[in-house]
Design a protein around this ligand. Sequence first.
Ligand SMILES: Nc1ncnc2c1ncn2[C@@H]1O[C@H](COP(=O)(O)OP(=O)(O)O)[C@@H](O)[C@H]1O
Ligand SMILES: [Mg+2]
Length: 312
Amino acid sequence: MSQLEVNDLKMHYQIKSIIGGKGVVKALDGVSFKVSTQKTLGIVGESGCGKSTLAKTLMGLESPTSGSVSFDGVPSQNLNSKELFQTIQMIFQDPYNSLNPRKKAWRLIAEPLLINSHLSKKECFNKACELMEKVGLRPEMANRYPHMFSGGQRQRLGIARALVLNPKILICDEPVSALDVSIQAQVLNLLVELQDTLKLTYLFISHDLHVVEHIADDILVMYLGKIVEYGPREQIFKNPQHPYTKALLKSSPNIFEDNDKHEPLIGEPPSPLNPPKGCNFHERCPIASEKCQGEVPTLRFHENREVACFNL
Ligand SMILES: Nc1ncnc2c1ncn2[C@@H]1O[C@H](COP(=O)(O)OP(=O)(O)O)[C@@H](O)[C@H]1O
Ligand SMILES: [Mg+2]
């Protein structure tokens, strides 16, 4: 049994435009995967492909249009909000806007406890200080406000807050994208260390494949709400199959490799409000055939991973 199992999850937003038109944004369009205890699933794809929507849906912040999510075999709808918060938590991309500027550090961290437990204020304060130490912040800073912390420190506050209820699963939604490059490695190292000591399961979201290269066990590549490739990390990096995965890998500068191979991805994903017929990627695809313009490829096993492409 997997700790997290997601089955054919869809999140379709009904949109009304100001000029009166209606439409549907298929932000998530039939996504299935499994994550085992203490493993890390890397979720990658360009901006707008549905990564944050997936995170929000798993967190119960959005109710999905269809599909199911289960934790240790228990359907998520059978969990009340407190049980859900004790199972899965999230850290956000933006450490500047995700923390209430009017609350002191200890209160920001302890807030989920103040709401979801019967601990006294003093006990919550102590727990917050303990967590500050765990994430590499001095507990003497407990009475400071968020603006008195640096970007990296604020992300540490966000991590402490996410851990206060001892969740089993942590979703990291682009946790280092907004930070200086010099700080990114420190925060990534902290996350790796915490995973080990607290036995956490991670869903690690990034638009940059190389950020997940050293932490993910499995990789899931998304394009316009759908999975295009999903499999073990080594397979995806050593032998990428989907033309989108290949393009993402080439577009992401890798400091360990010859940067002459670096090629930016041309164009942008199509609007999810008006996706192309057939394969979502065919308009940008170097190996698209006529079939790709009319038919939607589904995931199939190929070369030790799942991939959605007709031309492999
Ligand atoms: N509440 C919403 N209402 C309508 N459309 C949304 C909403 N949230 C996200 N979207 C759309 O869903 C798509 C996926 O967004 P998102 O999940 O934020 O992508 P990512 O995190 O990969 O950048 C985008 O086209 C976005 O505009
Ligand atoms: Mg996002």
